[in-house]
Every structure is written in C-alpha cells, then in structure tokens.
Design a protein around this ligand. Structure first.
Ligand code: SF4
Length: 379
C-alpha cells in the first residue's frame, strides 16, 4: 500500500491538477475504462470554500477535469451534510452549487438516495446504490482535527454516505469501531485529501484555519489517514478508529510513502467540551451532531426574530459572558463540574435529566424552535 504526498501552496486549479496527475503516475493508477464516478467531498455544513471546514471546490474541479479527460462522462458530486441542515443552503454557502453549475455535473445529497441493505457487524446498513454502481468512488476529505475522533480524514468522511438514521446509530454504537467497520462497505477506489488549508483545534466546525500545504493521494483509507495523522503531529495509535481498523486488517498504519510535504503539527480539539465564551457543549461520542446543531439553530433564530431580541438574546449574552450555560448530550452524557445552568438535550439524555432533576428538551433532535422557546421561558 502506497500513499503519495505533495506540497501544494494554493488552490490554483492547474497546480492541483498537475500534482494529481503526478501522484496517479507515482501510484500506478489510471481511470481507464471508467465511465461513471461519484466524488464525495466533505461538505459537512455551509461554510465558505476558504474556511478550512469543507473540501475546497478547486480540488474537486481539478479532479473533474482529469476524470473528463480520461473519458469519465457521468460525474456526480455527493455528500450528506450534517443532519437537519438545509442542503440547498449548505451547497450554496460552500460554493458547491456554483461549482456544479459551472462544470455541468450533478450535485446530490446522500440523504434520501436509494440504498441496498448490506450486512455488517451490527446487522444491516443502507449503502447508496449510486455509490455501489459507480465505476469509481472517489473520497475527497478535508484535513481536520475532531472533538470526538481526534482527526477527521478519509474514514470519517466515508461515514457521510450513510443515511441519517444510520449516522445516529453509529454514535449509539460508540462511533469508533463502527467507523472502522464502515471501511468494509464500498471502499473508495481513490482518495484525494485536501490538506492545503486544514482546520486545527475545535474541529470539525469551529477550529482555526491552518495553512498546511498538503495534498495526499492513496487508495486505502487506513494507510492514507495514518500517514496524514502523522503529518498533523498525531500518532495513529492515538486515534481509536484507526486502531480498530488496523486490528481488523483493513489496511496498514505504515504504508510506503512517496514524495514529501512539510509536517505541520495541528493543535488538537478539546475532547471534553466545545466552548464559545462560557457556553459549553459537553462531548460524548454517543451523541450525534444533531442536538448541538439544534442549539446553533436556536441561536440563529434568536438573532433573526425580533421576539427574541429582548428575551433570549440577553440571556444568551449573560450566559456566554458571565453566568455559564452547559449543554449535555448523548447517552453517556455527564454532569459538568463548572458553575452555570445545565440543560439536557434530546432523548439520549432523558434518564440523566429525570434522575438529576435537570431541564430537558426532548426530541431526536429537538427542533431549533423548541430549543429557543425552552431557553426563552425556562432556566
Ligand atoms: S437525542 Fe440528539 S444526540 Fe441523541 S441521537 Fe437524537 S439527535 Fe442525536
């Protein structure tokens, strides 16, 4: 197993394209004979191309050019943005709608596509038919740290093809081992990692953009992720899903590396909590991202709607600047050891809230409106 590393200093499409061409030659890979391709960037939410949060569209454009030159005539870009998000908004903000229109390729969300039920360690899981049927599946992750999984690279990006229900189930199953097991489901034919600009610290959404100048290409997710993690200053043995994948024989932690790029040590995410001012969201890998997205949605409502301007907005400001607010989520959520109000989110925390007599917002996830109203009236 080989991984090709290159130093790339900008999102210039022609520079990325020539680097990709060289990497494919180094890895002895070609697209010959392929007619259809599904390309899966990381478009987890609606952040701009340069945010460090989403795969930069320039990398996808370079890839699409190469695919077309090789005779691949049907190219689809697809991802499953965070559950509960408006996909049109996500594609618009991230630059993917404009890219797809300009290139004349299809842009889809995996949410709602036809699936075949496949056996896996935990029973059955739905795999998109379009992914299984494509001649090529190309996984194009972003290089980021992550509060639950230490890093999010190709194996974590691969999870985006699951249905929303299966994504929730993944968390209930403990996340790390299911991530490894998913590597058996329609593995990619090619991986192109965008590490030209990455995200360090409080990833995958709220970290700090970092210029890391790396483009990595390979065919095995574990091999590529282990190599890239080392470039982030993180030993693969510290990343639980990579360890599970290695134990299951799904690749190697020590592939042959072709080429080189400078190591850029990434600051890690705090694995205990995410924080904006004194508003904390306590981490538990059994919680999917939806509950915290509902809180973000409630904040957006508070800013947008006049009815909240003199009710919820002052409360949020007080909690954020002085008083403290703690959002507890997940089936193994625990009580914070810091001063402030505590609120339990979603059905996962129902038992904890009842046992401790805490304010609870039910739902899976609760809607942004329910969250806004509870925060406005209660606490
Ligand atoms: S309650 Fe919240 S964290 Fe738990 S599965 Fe539902 S949406 Fe996810």
């Amino acid at each position: 197993m080989k991984v090709a590393l290159s130093e790339v200093r900008s999102y210039d499409v022609s520079a990325i394209r020539s680097t990709l061409e060289r990497s494919l030659v180094d890895l002895d890979l070609s697209f010959a004979g392929a007619r259809t391709a599904v390309v899966k960037p990381n478009i987890v939410t609606g952040r701009p191309p340069n945010s460090g949060v989403v795969t930069h569209p320039a990398v996808i454009e370079a890839l699409v050019q190469l695919l077309r030159d090789a005779g691949v005539s049907r190219i689809t870009l697809a991802d499953g943005p965070g559950v509960g998000l408006d996909c049109d908004w996500v594609f618009e903000k991230s630059g993917y709608r404009a890219l797809a229109d300009r290139l004349g390729v299809q842009l889809l969300t995996f949410n709602g596509v036809a699936r075949r039920q496949r056996e896996w360690k935990y029973g059955k899981v739905g795999v998109p038919e379009m992914l299984e049927d494509a001649d090529l599946y190309i996984n194009v992750p972003k290089m980021k740290t992550h509060g639950y999984t230490t890093v999010t690279l190709s194996m974590k990006n691969h999870k985006g093809m699951l249905s929303q229900a299966d994504k929730k189930l993944d968390h209930h199953l403990g996340l790390h081992e299911p991530l490894a097991e998913q590597a058996r489901l329609r593995p990619p034919d090619l991986i192109v990692l965008d590490g030209i600009v990455g995200l360090e610290g409080d990833g995958p959404l709220n970290g700090k953009r970092v210029r890391s100048n790396l483009l990595a290409v390979g065919t095995n997710m574990l091999a590529l992720d282990a190599t890239v993690a080392r470039h982030m200053g993180i030993e693969p043995g510290e990343v639980k899903h990579l360890v599970f994948a290695a134990e299951k024989g799904l690749g190697t932690l020590d592939p042959e590396v072709i080429g080189q790029a400078p190591v850029r040590r990434f600051a890690r995410a705090n694995e205990e909590y995410g924080r904006v001012g004194n508003i904390y969201s306590w981490r538990d890998c059994t919680a999917c991202s939806m509950c915290i997205d509902s809180f973000s949605g409630a904040v957006a409502l508070a800013v947008k709607e006049p009815r909240y301007w003199f009710t919820l907005v002052p409360k949020l400001a007080w909690w954020g600047l002085i008083g403290g607010l703690h959002i507890v989520q997940g089936r193994e959520g625990r009580l914070p050891n810091r001063p402030g109000k505590v609120i339990c989110f979603g059905k996962c925390t129902g038992e904890l809230a009842a046992r401790e007599g805490l304010t609870h917002i039910a739902g899976c996830p609760p809607t942004a409106r329910e969250v806004a109203e509870t925060l406005r009236k209660g606490l």
